[in-house]
Structure formats: C-alpha cells, structure tokens
Design a protein around this ligand. Structure first.
Ligand code: AMP
Ligand code: TRP
Length: 329
C-alpha cells in the first residue's frame, strides 16, 4: 500500500474545482492506499481569517470530505492543527529552505502581488506543506495543477535533508487528474475557479442550492460561435464547461461533443446544469446529515489520534538526525 496525503484549506466555500481537482481522487485512492486527508487550518491563517468563520469553515470542510464519500474507517480525516507535529516539522523544514526558492513560488507571487504588507506566513507556507507531506513519508499527493510547484519544492527539500542528514524521507510524487486538474472560472477561462474570487458567479460552491447552480451555469461566459467543441486554445470557455460536463456525467470529452453536435450552446448548458445538480444534491443531503448529527467531532478526534502516532515518530527521528538533544528519563 502506498501512503497518500492531501489537504484543503478552510478559507471559504469549497468549489466544484476542489471536488473535481482533488476530492474525487481522495475518494478513489482510499480503497487501495493508506490515506491521510486534512483540513489545513494552519495554512488558512497565512491570510487574515475571521476567527468564528475559520472555526465554522474548518468543521464544514471536514464534513464535506465525508459527504463527498471519504470513509473515515478507510482514511484518516483530521484537522492539521490537531496534530501538533506538523507545525514543529514545519519550522525544521523552514530552516532547510532558501529565500530564493520560496520567492519563486507562483502562489506566493500571486497572493502578494500589489500588497504593501505581505505576511511572513505566506512566504514560508510551502515549507509547512512540505512538512505535512514528509511527516508521513507520503508516496503520493493528489492535488490540482496549481500545487505542482509546491510539490516540486517538497521533493527538493526532502532530497536536501536526505543529503545532509542521511537517507530518510520518501520523495513524494504528485497525483494529478488528467481531466479536471484545472477547472476554470465561469466568468473568465484564463483564471482557475477559486473560492476566493469576489464574484460568486465565477464559481460553483459545493453547497450552492440547485437553482443557484442552474443560474450560474446559464450565465457562464461562452465563446462566440455555437459549436460544442473541445478546443482549449481557441474556445477556452466552452472547453472548460465540456470538461466539467464530462466529469459530472461520467462521459468522455468525445462523447459530450457528439451528443451536442449541431445543437448550439443552449441545450448543452441546460443539461450541464442538471448533471452538476445530480452530483451535488446527494452530497448536500449527506452534508446536512453529518452536520446535524455532530459525528464529525468524533471522526476528527480518531483521525488525529491515528495520524499523531505516525507523525510523532517521524519528528523524533528527524530531530535525532538533525542533532537535537532529546529529553531523557
Ligand atoms: P485550496 O482550495 O487552494 O485549498 O485547494 C485544495 C485542492 O483543490 C488543491 O489540490 C487544489 O489544487 C485543488 N483545486 C483548487 N481549485 C481548483 C480548480 N479550479 N481546479 C482544479 N483543482 C483545484
Ligand atoms: N497548499 C494546498 C492548497 O492550497 C493545501 C495543502 C496544505 C496541501 N498542505 C498540503 C496539499 C499537503 C497537499 C498536501 O491547495
């Protein structure tokens, strides 16, 4: 069995992009591998969060993991800050990283662009992410395309540690879906669909009611012309919608094109909305059940306890190798 680890930030409503780009792969991998799925609250606070909203969102994202089909008896589901070793190894990894390589991270550049004051946490964000992964010696990290660069940095840091302190960390591989690694914004196909976009019409939230989903899809920008043809270079908007359709209807891109051959955008968008609703409506029902039962707290406790055992063991080994004097009886 391979070790699989991933995390999602509780920094706003999760979107269809998170679901297609990341969570669907979590659900798939849990059947064959040893999985660790976290709500990464320590990462969320690298930009200012309202405390009450952060607490609510952390619980909401955890419940969405379960609602999306993650089975807490198969995978470890927990909150990053509940496993303290993450923050500690994060510091150790920060001392292994260089300013130059952190300055090159495109997520840092995007999030800090045009700001007078940029938080130091945002800058060292990728070293904490490296710690998240390395602390379980994860083999595979299912993420969307935008996280590829952070994973490359993680691999470099693991390699650097191994060179200085002896072979220890597994060098992790990204696991990126072929279709859906980049679900784009509904109002502008040059940007990824993101929960932090101030235009709520640009994303479909996993908890959007069916009528809101229908409205958002009917208003989604489409390229000029009327052909339902997958051509990301020339028809980026329609191609993005075709990708979403293929995912939600469990069809290939070619099958979608064929079904709407000669029909124009109208019927295509109408059916697309129904496919998205068919995927999200049952997820929302399960979500409501989980939230009202309160069972999520038990799931998170159990997940953190199991994860802590592995994480603490790694931390001791790493500190030993780095030359820390460990406490003795
Ligand atoms: P975040 O919401 O930034 O915490 O991202 C959580 C996971 O969802 C990461 O693996 C991202 O790569 C993935 N993800 C976020 N937005 C998208 C998107 N628009 N398309 C594909 N994957 C995404
Ligand atoms: N940086 C990731 C994101 O924004 C979230 C994350 C934190 C993560 N730690 C991780 C993803 C470890 C994979 C593995 O999407």
């Amino acid at each position: 069995m391979k070790k699989v680890l991933s995390g999602i930030q509780p920094s706003g409503q999760l979107t269809l992009g998170n679901y297609i780009g990341a969570m669907q792969n979590f659900v798939k991998l849990q059947h064959t591998e040893e999985c660790f799925f976290m709500v990464v609250d320590l990462h969320a606070i690298t930009v200012a969060q309202d405390p009450a909203a952060l607490r609510e969102q952390t619980e909401a994202v955890a419940a969405l993991f379960i609602a999306a089909g993650i089975d807490p008896n198969k995978a470890n589901v927990y909150v990053q800050s509940h496993v303290r070793a993450h923050a500690e190894l994060g510091w150790l990894m920060t001392t292994i990283a260089n300013m130059g390589e952190l300055e090159r991270m495109t997520q840092f550049k995007d999030k800090s662009a045009g700001k007078d004051s940029v938080g130091a946490g945002l800058f060292v964000y990728p070293t904490l992410m490296a710690a998240d992964i390395l602390i379980y010696n994860a083999d595979l990290v299912p993420v969307g395309d935008d996280q590829k660069q952070h994973l490359e940095l993680t691999r470099d840091l693991a390699h650097r540690f191994n060179t200085r302190f002896g072979q220890y960390f597994t060098i992790p591989e990204p696991y990126i879906p072929k279709v859906g690694a980049r679900v784009m914004s509904l109002d502008d196909a040059s940007k990824k669909m993101s929960k932090s976009n101030p235009n709520v019409g640009s994303f479909i939230a996993l908890l959007d009611p069916p009528d809101v989903i229908r409205k958002k899809i009917s208003r989604a920008t489409t390229d000029s012309g009327r052909e339902v043809k997958y051509d990301p270079a020339n028809k980026p908007e329609v191609s993005n919608l075709i990708g979403i359709y293929a995912h939600c209807a469990n069809m290939t891109i070619a099958e979608v094109e064929e079904r709407y051959d000669g029909q124009g955008y109208g019927p295509f968008k109408k059916d697309l909305a129904e496919h998205v609703v068919a995927v999200l409506e049952p997820l929302q029902e399960r979500y409501n059940e989980i939230r009202s039962s309160g069972e999520i707290h038990h799931i998170l406790k159990q997940g953190a306890e199991r994860a802590s055992i592995v994480a603490e063991r790694t931390l001791i080994e790493v500190k030993e190798r780095m030359g820390f004097l460990l406490p003795r009886e």
